[in-house]
Design a protein around this ligand. Sequence first.
Ligand SMILES: *[C@@H]1O[C@H](CO)[C@@H](O)[C@H](O)[C@H]1NC(C)=O
Length: 513
Amino acid sequence: MRFSSVLAALSAVGSALAQQTYTNPVLWYDLADLDVFRKGNQYYYSASTMSFSPGAPVLRSGDLVNWEFIGHSVPRLDFHDTAYDLADNKQAYVRGIWASSMQYREYDDTFYWIGCVDFKTTYIYKAKDPAGDWSKVGEIGTCYYDCGMLFDGQSIYVAYGNTKISVAQLNNDFTQKSTTQVYSSSFYIEGSHMKKINNKYYIFVTQPASNEYVLKSDSGPLGPYEIKIFTKAPASGIQGSGNPHQGSVVDTPKGDWYYLSFIDAYPGGRSPALAPFVFDAQGWPSLKQANGFAIANPYPVPPVPVKSTTGTDSFTGPKLGPQWEWNHNPDTTSFSFASGGGLMLKTSSVTKDLYHAKNTLTHRILGPDSTATIALDISRMSAGDQAGLALFRDNSAYIAIHNNAIILQRDLTLGANWNTLSLGRTETSVSLPQGTKTVWLRLHADIKPAGSHQGVFSWSADGKTFKTLGTPYTMNTTYYFFIGYRFGIFNFAEEKLGGSVTVKSFDLALGSK
Ligand SMILES: *[C@@H]1O[C@H](CO)[C@@H](O)[C@H](O)[C@H]1NC(C)=O
């Protein structure tokens, strides 16, 4: 439950009439290019993950405000390119999964995900249980750029494209039957979300990164479509953020409509913002209030609590929680769960380059600011190994154990084509007390768009007293990397494989400690 709703709940004790309200972003995590839908009284959410693996997280909510991670639609980035495995000296940062679509198909009682990868192939995955195992259905040898899928009885439609918007019709086996250009815009649009509401067809599109338009056809899925503004540069309510845009629409069981979009809020990434909307007599939808995002709106349906992502993860296995993603496809032979808890990370790459190290385990940073603390058993590290906690993006910094010292490494960068430009420099190095077996590493990150953008690293030999290491690192706020800053836990070898560490716990707390 969010802080504002706790306050609202407390004030409700004094006034039976007080209504619980939510504020945006409803979940301050990087979950961009979302698609959302309802099945019964459950809402489902899909988002972009680029090169991170597993890809396309699935979230679930009972009220559109409180969301929990339940799984991933793409278990492994199985895209016919070893770059996704960080193999053959290749990297896949900024490639992979973006602006894809997840929907539920009543016809065969199955959840489907669809997305274009590398501008050339569209992949389809499915699952009976969205929290369970997903498997590949097939591939279509063309790119459905920024796609939105619609299941209409037995028919399957996919709206896609930029400026020229097309609708593909798929066969029952998810091969392409036909594709038709249904609209050509006089200005740039993308991010299609296709819906059928009261026998009219809609394609919501964005004029990035501020306005949302809607195409409507009263005739059929292939048009003809007319266009109208849905909302023009709405305020988000978050100081310094962009406008909510590129959203998906969903109704409640009562028939109220909501628009869930995302706001650019770097350095943290792009986070979901929710607002109610209505239809006019002709079926044109528009946001109820111009500032529908900025004000505290009442809950769409009574709050339904979800599993929190804050607190301590002790890695008890047998699988990682669905909030975790590796930097690329992991080397699954190099990590395991220790008996009694803890994630054992064997070194899996011989490199001096964090960006090229396999098996960096990442967690989104919780906004507006939060603190991650890991307890690390370092007793089986080898000479030259580096294990630690990173502020991970195309401009990065990290705290690590390296040859019995604690170091602060900063100014690592990716450059052209998202290949490594700089390994960074070691700002500070402090010797570890003799015989230290467990070290605690901590990172406080302020991702408010109008905040300090600073990451502060500290460490402890007893888990109680922490000492700050080096000077604060200022995060970069450019958007080109798309994915926002993440906490990254890593272990790589500079000399040879064989060493390991055990991440005994990861603790995430809102604010600073
Ligand atoms: C931020 O990152 C971009 C690349 O995404 C780079 O061009 C720019 O120089 C960086 N800014 C700073 C202040 O380091």
